[in-house]
Design a protein around this ligand. Sequence first.
Ligand code: SF4
Length: 480
Amino acid sequence: MPGTDYTRQTHHEFLTAAEEALRDPKLQDSLTNLGDTLAKRNRDAWAAFPQSDAVRELARQIKDDALAHLDEHLQTFEAALRARGGEVHYATDGAEACRIVTEILRSRGAKKVVKSKSMTTEEIHLNDALEADDVEVVETDLGEFIVQLSKQRPSHLVAPALHLRMPEIHELLSGDARETLPYTPEDMAAYARRRLRADFATADAGITGGNFAIAETGSIVLISNEGNARLTVSLPKIQIAIVGIEKVIPKFADLPVFLKVLARAATGQKMSVYTSIINGPRAADELDGPQEVHVVFLDNGRTRILEGPLRESLFCIRCGACLNVCPIYRNIGGHAYGGIYAGPIGAVITPLYDGLAANHHLPHASSLCGACQAACPVKIQIPEMLIRLRDKLHHEPGELGWAEGKAYGLWARSMRSPRLYRLFTWLATRTVGRLRKSRWLTKLPGALHGWTKTRDFPSPAPERFRDWWEREGAAPGGKR
Ligand code: SF4
């Protein structure tokens, strides 16, 4: 199975990876229909839901209030889950979260885990940590299973194998089956189903993320369309949920608000097929369920973000709607973003989690068209946050390249000084303006050539408005 490094490893060469993605005909083929499928379903779902605006606003308020009292809600959650025999752990970063999980598994002699789809576990590279500890990991979401077979990374928040087409998926599943499977989606899905059933039955532990953590009841909520999350938490003896601290919502009554908006935003459904609510280990009178339930709350930079101006990024419920409508994502897919989280929300949170300097291209990977905010079920102001990050890049020493910093500084000064502005526009018409052959320049000279590598630059007018104004005597009071 061919695959380039940028689809497998997280990295920060955004421009190189984006160019590679644009030149990849298979990827381009996979991305072609996104606007007519997930993006359209999302738009139609909002249109068919008359109260959508009010419910989305309510979801936003609940998130805002929950984050304002996050410490209290975490304590309430912990007390409620402990009262029913569950364990709560706190991890300040990914390494600590991985350590907690591997210690739980090691101390119980667990050697095989089944996992349901979780971006939080991707964020902390849990699979690598478990495999390094000699634990077999099986992804059980069909898309994640395919991605695991391909040894690539997920490329979309809810459709991890979106970058792969049917021939590649057929090759991967046939390779796993050690026989050529019939070339139909139904047969391929049936193979994965058979294969994964055996893994559920023999796993020592099930690992999940958590769409929501309800403080009042100490419950973890898992939402899926395939039923694999339900099997992951009910068959193995040990269940471990790794949950970002921002996933806490205060009350059980808040959950329906999010169920209404999450499914519509993610896939255009009124409701996802399975909503599983985990309240703790199996009780004495219950027939199934795990004997142990552990919840690992992950910080990994979230409390830092909570105190800053981009706090609103923590409202994200990982529905993927902003990816589906983004003109950048729809051209380059998810891997090129370099981090675990792709698309518009990835362009905000990857620099927040992994550092702005190392991801300085991401805040610019947006046309600021606002489609992401319009699609978002919690109305996160993504364009505004990207502008804030761009502003931070400009003001923080060391975040911008020297030449770029100087250029922006000069531009800002010229915009504040009529004398400098006059000088620069005069210079522009006599330098760049000389290259003018039409309204657009296709090749800029020197350090400016990067701009015209993938797009044209508007030619400066042959004559400045100011010159025309003075020549024509159009200024109030006649010729100057
Ligand atoms: S930012 Fe909004 S639209 Fe994008 S994934 Fe998060 S919740 Fe969904």
